[in-house]
Design a protein around this ligand. Structure first.
Ligand SMILES: [Cu+2]
Length: 337
């Protein structure tokens, strides 16, 4: 009898210890990452200067008649005073700020609507409650009126992170979801990167430690003129005919490419790299299929120095300018020069 009591006591005690440890690790497991994001009205130029940087003599064709349009964009600020914008790398183009965290982290996104219409931020893949869905015209964050703010809380739980066949980081989109279709075409779209638990470079830098560099490209035909060809901007991150710049790596670097497709039934894209191949969930390829609102993350060993094309391989889309160049700089630049 004494022995049974002893075991019971031990079991109770050890269960208590065990749950205590789980609570403790949950409490301390993960960073809270704050972002200050605005929505603002801008003029966006799909081809600054009006040139075709891939085949200059071809010009921009019908897309050259008008290549700048009134749009809306998400911007990141350094803090809640909304006075200093965070600079984005050139290759991000029209995309909103990239939010990033490790599994276990929480994103606190302070959204301020500085535009002239009700807007929101709706994330894919995150763990959120109805107030933080940023959609469906419901919940505290479903509609943010002009001049108003809302702080979204999105948890990066296991199910927001890379799965068994995924690489160490994966990409999700976020976009405005009051009139979602109009607002994505308007430019209100950005990305979220989630790194596997334990794979972050450091608590300050949640990008994955097994890659040197990451790029994100979105393939979407922006519809600027109700389906008129001249207003169908076949863009990569909002640029056409070679104007997406800054996709530059160094020889020997391991690169994570995040790819996003958005849009409608014309948006069947086949992203194709010249010069290198990639690993996609254990499969080797140099073309990634993208459908509207699909997201794929692949890995590349950049060991073939050169300036290479990167484009959608759908014939009609090549003609319409869904094409740019990327570069791998040789390890010993001096020697090759
Ligand atoms: Cu395409």
């Amino acid at each position: 009898m004494f022995f049974v009591r002893l075991i019971t006591l031990f079991l109770l005690f050890s269960t208590h210890l065990y749950t205590g440890q789980i609570h403790a690790s949950q409490a301390q497991g993960g960073q809270i990452r704050e972002y200050w994001v605005s929505a603002e009205q801008v003029v966006w130029d799909y081809a600054p200067g009006g040139t075709n940087l891939i085949v200059p003599t071809n010009g921009l064709g019908p897309w050259g008649e008008t290549h700048a349009y009134n749009k809306y964009r998400y911007f990141a600020y350094t803090d809640g005073s909304y006075s200093t914008k965070v600079e984005q790398p050139e290759w991000m183009g029209i995309l909103g700020p990239q939010l990033i965290g490790e599994v276990g982290d929480t994103l606190k996104v302070h959204f301020k609507n500085m535009a002239d219409r009700p807007l929101s931020m709706h994330p894919h893949g995150m763990r959120y409650d109805e107030d933080n869905d940023g959609a469906d015209l419901r919940g505290a964050g479903g509609i943010v009126l002009p001049g108003k703010s809302y702080t979204y809380t999105w948890r990066l739980d296991e199910k927001a992170g890379p799965g068994p066949a995924d690489p160490s980081s994966i990409v999700w989109v976020y976009h405005s979801h009051v009139k979602a279709v109009e607002e994505v075409y308007a430019g209100l779209i950005g990305t979220i990167v989630v790194t596997s638990k334990g794979m972050a470079k450091s608590p300050q830098d949640p990008s994955p430690k097994d890659v040197d560099k990451s790029f994100t490209t979105m393939f979407m035909v922006f519809d600027e003129e109700d389906g008129e060809e001249a207003g169908l901007m076949h863009a990569m991150n909002g640029y056409i005919f070679g104007h997406l710049k800054g996709l530059e790596a160094n020889e020997g670097e391991k690169i994570r490419w995040h790819l996003v497709g958005m849009g409608s039934e014309v948006d069947l894209h086949t992203a194709h790299w010249h010069g290198e191949t990639v690993l996609n969930g254990g499969r080797r390829t140099d073309v990634i299929n993208l459908m509207p609102s699909t997201m794929t993350s692949v890995t590349m060993e950049a060991d073939n120095p050169g300036t290479w094309l990167y484009h959608c391989h759908v014939s009609d889309h090549i003609t319409a300018g869904m094409i740019t160049r990327w570069q791998i700089h040789p390890l010993n630049q001096a020697e090759s020069d």
